[in-house]
Design a protein around this ligand. Sequence first.
Ligand code: 6R9
Length: 641
Amino acid sequence: MRITTFAEYETAYQKSVEDPESFWAEIAQEFQWRKPWTKTLQWNFTEPNVKWFVGGKLNITENCLDRHLATRGDQPALIWEPNDPSEAGVTLTYRMLHDQVCRMANVLKKNGVVKGDRICIYMPMVPELAIAVLACARIGAVHSVIFGGFSAQSIADRINDAACKLVITADGAYRGNKEIPLKGTVDDALIGCPTVERVIVMTRTRTPVSMLKGRDVWMEQELKHVTADCPAEEMDAEDMLFILYTSGSTGKPKGVVHTCGGYMVYAAYTFQNVFQYDAPLGERAPTERSPVHFCTADIGWITGHSYIVYGPLACGATTLLFEGVPTYPDAGRLWDVVDKHDVNILYTAPTAIRSLMGFGLDPVKDKDLSSLKVLGSVGEPINEEAWHWYDDNIGKNRCPIVDTWWQTENGGILISPLAGITKTKPSFATLPLPGVQPVLVDENGKEIEGNGVSGNLCIKFPWPGILRTTYGDHERCRQTYFATYPGLYFTGDGCLRDEDGYYRITGRVDDVLNVSGHRIGTAEVENAINMHTGVVESAVVGYPHDIKGQGIYAYVITDQQPTDHDAELTKRDILATVTRVIGAIAKPDKIQFVSGLPKTRSGKIMRRILRKIAEGDTSNLGDTSTLLDPAVVEEIKNGAV
Ligand code: 6R9
């Protein structure tokens, strides 16, 4: 399934458009199925209803683990680099990982988990996190991983939305020089979560935690009483594999649902082709060192799901899991990890690159980065300066950079160069992968054809990794993705197609912010701010931020105008509130107290004006004559922070 030349890409692309079913069927056949599918694809984008490999039976962990045992059982599957560089890491071979996943799966079974149950995972970036994810998949339980930076309230909302039965967590997490109390946060969350019957707690920081009798058990204790014999549950291709919550333009995060068959095929296919992971399955001699793939994302995000866990393991690759942060103990840490483990593929985010650029070249100087072959970027548009810095100083102008555009809802990469095959262009995600049919549309949903054009990015045909629904609310899935432009999947991104037909993603066109590569809905932040006592109303917009890509700017109306002294304190109170309601990642960078917001006569906030003021561009605010109270704009302009 690996494409090796640009001509092969063109042929594959053409075939994928002319005959998508046989194109994907051929790829899917390379996996291990318990029972073949009877129909490759069934779909419509109106309900929507998308089914791939209909009637096929499989278990994704048999594909990620069991089928590799004979050929590469002793090859490293997972390398773990701890937060503290002086702590010993862990290398798990495919055999060891298989063994541990089976044991953990038996622990889940022993604790009452059956196929179809939803399991919440709130863990540090340790091997047990990947093991827990795979253990769920082994027995057909649906995992819902929650990023370790989310608050108790956010955890509770997600647990309740999916009615999770069990939570897997740890006492605490190490992140840089911080220790984060995971179990304490889970305890706070569970006060409002009646469906949770059991909490499995791993020890990582050995910080004191309360263990509730009858509900909480230690992972290490549980593991003592199980065997490594756990046959994989037979799953339908369209059975749910996982739920992953993501922000949209409305207040409540959505549980994006991915299913077993299509997701597996798509994650593996894109992993192998985009990063050109060396040997197609079975071709590498078992003794040969396998290339090391290092994705710096957290498993709490889709990038970690697809390109730390499922994609690499489905391809029999060696995946590196890093617990820490790029700046601890110093800004050379990523390069130390590359050097130490001879990393071949590095996949990170523009925000990390920009923040490391700020430390200059000293941290890179003495690091041996010669093992690197491919560099990747994901999560937000990469600016040219960051692209060149990455290319010059990390790839030393000899590693292709793949700027990969995709979303939680997509399961895997949709638009990206194939490393070393597609000619790259800084800040362009370049061309669609085989199976992906992008279209640009204008506001009325009319397709904009030809090159040298821009519009809203939609996809007109399903690929195997597309979301199937949003958990518990299919109508919301239809509304959000399939109703704006009937017949098309709408991405929410703006996009330019240049004269060469290359795609450049220009950012969200809806009320979603992208802060350090994290998607945050403005409505979510506003709801959190509005929970603070004394806040009457607020409006949140993004503004360009050197490191984060976008920063969060909040305009807040309080019931009393705070005095200067109070203002500082109130700002801090608001930040504390947002941290408590969502998590620190959603904290506004700037807060401006205002007496009113620019609204149309129908009561709609004119965000366009607020965005301009936040950007510091007040010269041309456009037409303000339709505003209810044009004077308020002057006040806001003068008080901008
Ligand atoms: C994988 C991931 C999705 C949103 C997406 C877009 C932005 C992601 C990008 C990119 C420009 C890239 N985005 N990759 N923008 N170039 N290479 O990040 O998923 O967290 O769901 O975010 O991120 O705006 O719509 P997710």
